[in-house]
Write a protein of this length. Structure first.
Length: 107
């Protein structure tokens, strides 16, 4: 359950960054054009990914996504025990990235 909460927190944090920092920072004329607004937001996010704490946070959320998607009992049955265990070995990498991102964000 702690892993699902961590994934939920990371997803909400990422969504809040996009909505409150990137979309709210757009000029009014750009907001009326969805294609231009999307291109502007993506280029701004790309520029932010050059900072290490943004990149590590994004990698942590991406690594936690398959773990969150397969954490239900139904998915464990569908995958089978052995394949599910192989997927779970990756959780150590996701945890280390999440810890690194949290420590860098607090600096």
């Amino acid at each position: 359950m702690m892993g699902l909460f961590s994934f939920f927190y990371g997803t909400v944090h990422t969504a809040a960054y996009i909505v409150f920092d990137r979309v709210a920072g757009l000029d009014a004329p750009i907001r009326t054009q969805p294609a231009a607004a999307t291109a502007h937001i993506m280029s701004a996010i790309g520029a932010d990914l050059l900072r290490p704490f943004f990149a590590i946070g994004l990698v942590a959320v991406v690594l936690m996504a398959p773990l969150a998607a397969t954490s239900t009992v139904g998915m464990i049955r569908r995958l089978g025990g052995r394949r599910w265990q192989v997927l779970r070995l990756g959780r150590a990498y996701a945890r280390s990235y999440a810890r690194r991102a949290a420590s860098m964000a607090s600096m």
